[in-house]
Design a binder for this molecule. Sequence first.
Ligand SMILES: [Fe+2]
Ligand SMILES: [Fe+2]
Length: 313
Amino acid sequence: MDTAIVENSTKRYARAIEASKRVRWDIDKDVIRGRRFEVEQKWMPDGLGRMQGFAFATPAEKRFISQIQGRTYVNMFGMIERYIGAKMLEITRGHVLGDQTVVEALVRFTDEELKHQELFRRLEALIAPDMPKGYRFLPPANDVANAVLAKSTWAVLALTCHIELFTLDHYRQSIDRDPELSTFWKDVFKYHMMEEAQHAVLDEMEWQREDAKLTPAQRDAAVGDLIDLVGAVDGLLQMQAVADADYFTSVVPRKLDKAQAQHLKESFLRAYRWQYIVSGVQNERFLQIIGAMLTPVQMGRITAALAPIMGVS
Ligand SMILES: [Fe+2]
Ligand SMILES: [Fe+2]
């Protein structure tokens, strides 16, 4: 590689290390601070929770829906961070006797994802006693991690970059002035974003490095892997949307009719697709990075696969 490019990329890794040191936070001292989640407040911001879709719900029911979505958010991230940490360890191995600045940046990245896993486990433990019984999070973290890690590195890094970028968007959507939104929850979005911002930069560089190694045929196959991964994520979201709608129905005192029950499931799915797929694939940075790697035909394959998920089929 050109020395100027190498120097430039070393500088970007060094900047990620600096930022990681500067923003580093502690689960108890900074995020939890002895707090519990306020059950009289909303946990997910209205935009992120796609609350306009739950038109039939009363304000109290909408608050409960935002809490169910919040709990699923905590569990989803606890699961996602499992595979990301494992993949980063593997990628770090490939650099281990190379540029030590890169190694340090990636080790910090993995360490932060381990901390985030712990944060989300702690949050689930805080939430569980304060919510009515019956909530279930269905996707099994290790099975999901194994299925993701079986795909090509290019596809796994593409998925990861998209996730890290959407956590930044989620933070932006959490800083509205809604007085009913839990300040504890706002902090969860904020602190997570502070470390994810560096991860997004590192993912981008590692993804581009991987992309440069591929032949056109390998890249074409990797696009297929990415499409499979997004389809698998959507399968998990469909499963959890049904579980969360059933939980809501089992807890609220009123009886929903068939049409309302169906609408509820669809609204949960629309919200989850927005949170875990659509907000990432619409991210401008993500589109720039992937757009520079793929041919129009390959981009067309991805767009066609996403159409039913984006609700434009
Ligand atoms: Fe994270
Ligand atoms: Fe991350």
